[in-house]
Design a protein. Sequence first.
Length: 509
Amino acid sequence: MTTDSTALPAAKSKRGQWMALSAALLGWMFDGLEMGLFPLIARPALRDLLGTQDEATIGQWFAIITAVFLIGAATGGVLFGWLGDRIGRVRAMMISIVTYAIFSGICGLATDATQVAIFRFVAALGMGGEWSLGVALVMEIWPNKSRAMLAGVIGAAANMGYMVIALAGLGLNAFIGDLHQLLLDVGVSAEMTEKLTRNSGWRLLMLFGVFPAFLAILIQIFVPESHKWEEEKKKGSTSFWETRDLIGVLIGAVAALGMIALWALDVPWILRIAGSAVALTIVTIGYLYPIRRYLHRQGATNTLTAAQNRSLDSRTIRRMLLAAALSGVALLGTWGSTQWIPVWVDKMTGGTMPNAKAYTQMATAIGAIVGCIAAALVGDWLGRRVTYALLCVASMVSVFTLFQFNSQYGMQLVLWAFATGAITAAFYGWLPLYLPELFTTRVRATGQGFGFNFGRILAAVGVLQLPIIMREFKVGYETACPAMSLIYVVGFIIIWFAPETKGQPLPED
């Protein structure tokens, strides 16, 4: 394959761009499907697996499984980002999609909540990796002038997955009785049929998650590799990545899971806080270890002075940490508030309106699609920093309004869910616009993979706080979720320390 896109016939180059974008969009859509799947079926699934109706127990397990999922996505972002910079965007993306599809589907066969947590962790490895790989591939193949629209479409695609799984949930609710009979008619045993269809048929929805695996075949056949990555490979830059460096990622993942255990178990607050501080330090050092080792090896072979190499390496690490902070605010705001809307609505209706949570999730997903595209375009117009700051203010206001001024399910709540989804999810149109602009080609997948997905570690900690806040202060979602939205104040402050990249091409060296 020719590595210089300008040497390709125009039709072939354009075809490669559209094939890469199509594959990445489908991958992101399935990412959204996987993320939206568990919140939709969480309560019936946990009632089934735990054998209890106790809301406190169900809420705690929902938080634990969500937090473990976020840790997996954070680890996968670093792991598959490393793989994408080493073996190429396309091959690594194919592996990531197969990983999250298979293990998401296996959740439908789980026999207890612990198994679901384990399977969701592995599935999240692939999901976290696919985001950074797809962004790197598309932004490198398409011209700079297309970045704003592409970023918006990237964010919109993931939220399309939320809508698809909500529609699947509605369809399953409508035809669960017919499906029960159909399974019996095709020879499925009565015992298995009853297992698959009870508690709103949650197992069938989880099994539905295996279908993205077929996308990997299409990617392998039709999607071209990034010519920018291939140029780096010719230069020998990719040879400085070494497998042994992944020990740091493994240690970081274990520390992150240990931090989840601290918040999940009944231990003193002082131990939780001290242990979390230590764990976050280990996670940060561990996840950064592969990139630090790469930069050290690469720097030893160039013609720059030691001081120049240290300066470049330091800038890369600083930008990775900055990206993690900016992403962490957006992710913590989402997973600490918006992601709980279906569970909140399900509890509000007492489970008597099974379609209510699906309609609400559809409203937030449609709003998110609009918001992602709008945020990327506004970011290209007003600038990256101003747009992010405005989103922080608007997100905090929208979350507070949704949860404080809606006490019963109805059209007003659905409309507010649409508005809240549009505003809080708009960050996911802004982030794929901004993060690639912080890193050079040789470390782009790893850099933005760490930056975006490390934010999930912070979000995981926040998710675990919600049931604790509700239990300790005896409040409901309508108070706890707005409290979590205060994280946007931090984002409003941090963004003014970030570089403005409006109008600049993607950095190469």
